[in-house]
Design a binder for this molecule. Structure first.
Ligand code: MN
Length: 239
């Protein structure tokens, strides 16, 4: 049996729709998993059932997180927020961490992961980081617009075989203080955190870039999804 990978959905508030970009689905399928969509639930008491139906979790990207969830008031440069999605995903991720569900967190997903585990984020990079690079690229989704330095000896370094990496970039927020238990595993040259991972054995990895938009042109990016599916497969078939 292929492992089941739950993928979180975006919430489109003005049209009242859940949606999931198909490139996440294709990536999980190509990596050997069975993707299932996890829509935002109102009743967070149902989160354990969402989690018991999956072997691994993929947190998709999306809009900003309500700063109340990391103890701040909203600054003028905060973008759109979807509080119902935040509420559901923070519960989902908190419980997934406890259950040691393998997790790959992309962009907003990495910020949600960090907040759920007790870290904080910049509400806007250009206000929080001096001389920051352009992290909201105006280029095709697949185009790798800036470099990242990966910390050797990490899961991320193993996945990318220590190759120098250029990534795409569609974010104006970023991890500020990594949560306890997490290591920063990649940064861009301006110091912005581009990846984190949990230092314990379970696969819990966040990236600020969008590998789902890149793997069809550069196969190395599929390895992130393969690593998630492999970890989920172990979780699915414990020895
Ligand atoms: Mn970036």
């Amino acid at each position: 049996m292929r492992p089941v990978i739950g993928i979180t959905c975006s919430l489109e508030q003005n049209t009242d729709r859940s949606y999931l970009a198909q490139d996440y689905v294709r990536a999980v399928e190509a990596a050997g998993g069975v993707p299932v969509a996890l829509p935002v639930l109102k009743n967070v008491a149902l989160v354990p059932q969402h989690l018991s139906g999956i072997d691994g979790l993929l947190l998709s990207g999306g809009v900003d997180v309500d700063p109340r969830f990391f103890g701040e008031e909203p600054q003028p440069w905060l973008g759109e927020i979807t509080p119902e999605r935040d509420w559901y995903e923070l519960e989902l991720v908190g419980q997934a961490l406890e259950r040691k569900t393998p997790m790959l967190a992309i962009c907003r997903g990495m910020q949600v992961l960090n907040i759920a585990a007790g870290g904080s984020i910049h509400q806007d990079i250009s206000r929080g980081v001096r001389n920051s690079l352009k992290h909201s690229q105006q280029a095709p989704r697949w185009y790798p617009s800036h470099c990242v330095d990966i910390l050797p000896g990490t899961r991320l370094a193993a996945i990318f075989q220590n190759a120098p990496l250029r990534v795409n970039s569609f974010h104006h927020q970023a991890v500020k203080l990594p949560a306890p238990g997490f290591a920063v595993t990649a940064r861009s040259s301006d110091g912005v955190i581009e990846a984190i991972e949990h230092m314990a054995a379970v696969f819990t990895l966040g990236v600020q870039f969008h590998p789902e938009c890149m793997w069809e042109r550069d196969k190395i990016f599929l390895e992130l999804f393969r690593a998630l599916v492999e970890a989920a497969s172990v979780a699915n078939n414990p020895a």
